[in-house]
Design a protein around this ligand. Structure first.
Ligand code: ZN
Length: 322
């Protein structure tokens, strides 16, 4: 089976041709124009022709097209609804564009759901009931249960980063307060720490890790300061671990999955919080649920491209079943 994957990001687009085993045959990346989807997609159509030539295939030999996009989006109408970093793409029917251009079955999911499908179809926990947690700028999940991605009634399934953990917690970009993402999301954590440093309230090695420039503070610098034993960073990290245990405990208690696979910071710095979080889980979830759930970092490389291929494979399988 040959699959065409289209991974749309705020700054770049990654196109790939791969197969049902998750092998990527050829791929190419290029910048996304955040204001003009038509220009970007016209360019993408040309890149697809190049990829087909490189792979020695014709478009008729592509079984399905999968699109992984930022959310909020609509998987049925196959378009992004709104996204702060790609304003021009709102309501643009990306799925229709590719289906009309290439005349192949075309499927679209948000990137977290795509990553959940990639873990389910190609990952170390392949075939299991699992939750993929993305932990980069924000926090989101791709939940796959009984082989189905839980996208929900209107594609808001898996938006776990906005579960409220503490009504008195920090303000979240979504408008609520105390969301999981407001406390543990990489951007929010860095913003809060930056503000405390700039106000002169705290002295911390996080600033040294960022070369003395508060603007350069990200999760990477925070983790480095935790490793170095900086007291302020370790205090923040303790809260991070507790909130992670709280939220992951709720996922285990609700979904009773076989695995929770964590992406992004867990891949490099998982040792700084996964074992510590597991120790605190008994406060938040029953032992029975914890005993059957493996919690580990993702081992998939190119998760974005694999997500798009997984959306294609999942779509074509569902179509064959129905
Ligand atoms: Zn929120």
């Amino acid at each position: 089976m040959n699959l065409l994957g289209i991974d749309i990001g705020g700054t770049k687009m990654a196109l790939s041709i791969g197969n049902e085993l998750g092998d990527i045959l050829v791929d190419q990346r290029f910048p996304t124009d955040p204001d003009n989807p038509q220009t970007t997609l016209d360019h993408a159509a040309g890149v697809v022709e190049d990829l087909l030539t490189r792979a020695g295939l014709t478009i008729d030999q592509i079984d399905a097209v999968g699109i992984s996009s930022p959310g909020p989006m609509c998987s049925k109408r196959r378009m992004i609804l709104e996204t702060p970093n790609m304003k021009g793409w709102a309501q643009f029917k990306v799925g229709d564009f590719f289906e009309e251009t290439f005349n192949r079955p075309t499927f679209m999911q948000n990137d977290a759901n795509g990553a959940g499908l990639a873990e389910y179809l190609f990952g170390a926990q392949k075939g299991k009931d699992l939750v993929y947690l993305t932990m980069s700028t924000g926090i989101g999940a791709g939940i796959v249960i009984n082989g189905e991605v839980l996208s929900g009634t209107n594609d808001l399934g898996g938006e776990v980063g906005h579960i409220t953990l503490d009504l008195n917690g920090p303000q979240c970009g979504c408008g609520k307060t105390g969301c999981w993402e407001a406390t543990c999301g990489g951007k929010n954590m860095a913003d809060q720490i930056r503000a405390e440093i700039v106000s002169g309230k705290v002295q911390t090695a996080i600033l040294d890790e960022a070369g003395g420039d508060p603007a350069k503070i990200s999760m990477k610098e925070i983790c480095a300061a935790v490793r170095a034993g900086d007291p302020y960073a370790c205090g923040r990290w303790d809260v991070f671990i507790e909130k992670m245990a709280h939220a992951v405990g709720m996922l285990i208690q609700t979904l009773n999955p076989q695995a929770i696979v964590m992406g992004t910071i867990a891949i490099y710095d998982g040792d700084l919080f996964i074992p510590q979080m597991i120790e605190r889980l008994p406060k938040y979830a029953w032992k029975g649920g914890m005993d059957v759930c493996t919690i580990e970092p993702s081992v998939l490389k190119n998760i974005g491209e694999l997500s798009a291929l997984a959306v294609a494979l999942d779509g074509i399988r569902k179509r064959e079943e129905s």
